[in-house]
Design a protein around this ligand. Structure first.
Ligand code: MN
Length: 150
């Protein structure tokens, strides 16, 4: 179920340059990774799904090779418009700090369940088969799969 309610509740749109947005069934299969210099530097991985950007905050860089698993904490759905967002969220606002696009491109879903999303990324930096695997509540792992292991 998609909702932008939490996203919109967390933000003051008269202060932040972030888009207010609405649910849009675009189905363009895009992904973006934002690098975010908030209180703690992290990456935000977002997949265009169900009319929103399904989003995960990843404390460390997303692996570009196999054998590395990273924690990915699911965060509130973001509006599709956020896919092009870059800028500075002002002090005193949710997520205050600089946001820059670290990578973007297309993805193809291979499998999707409550527990796991398997997909192929075609970005500049991230390419190949990836898995997001849910292990507890909002905690997921993201890792790259060997093409040959499928
Ligand atoms: Mn963030």
């Amino acid at each position: 179920m998609s909702s932008l309610k939490i996203y919109q509740q967390k933000r003051k749109f008269n202060q932040t340059p972030e888009p207010k947005g609405k649910i849009k069934k675009t189905n363009l299969n895009r992904f973006v990774v934002h690098e975010h210099w908030a209180t703690h530097h992290h990456y935000d991985f977002r997949l265009e799904l169900d009319g929103v950007l399904k989003s995960w905050a990843i404390p460390k860089e997303i692996p570009q090779k196999t054998g590395i698993k990273r924690l990915a904490v699911q965060v509130e759905d973001h509006p599709i418009e956020y896919i092009n967002f870059e800028g500075i969220i002002p002090e005193g606002n949710y997520g205050a700090g600089k946001v820059k696009i670290w990578d973007k491109g297309k993805f193809e879903i291979l499998e999707r369940s409550q527990r796991a999303i398997k997909f192929i990324l075609s970005g500049k930096k991230l390419k190949g088969r990836y898995i997001l695997y849910k292990f507890k509540n909002k905690n997921w792992l993201i890792f790259k799969e060997n093409d040959s292991s499928w």
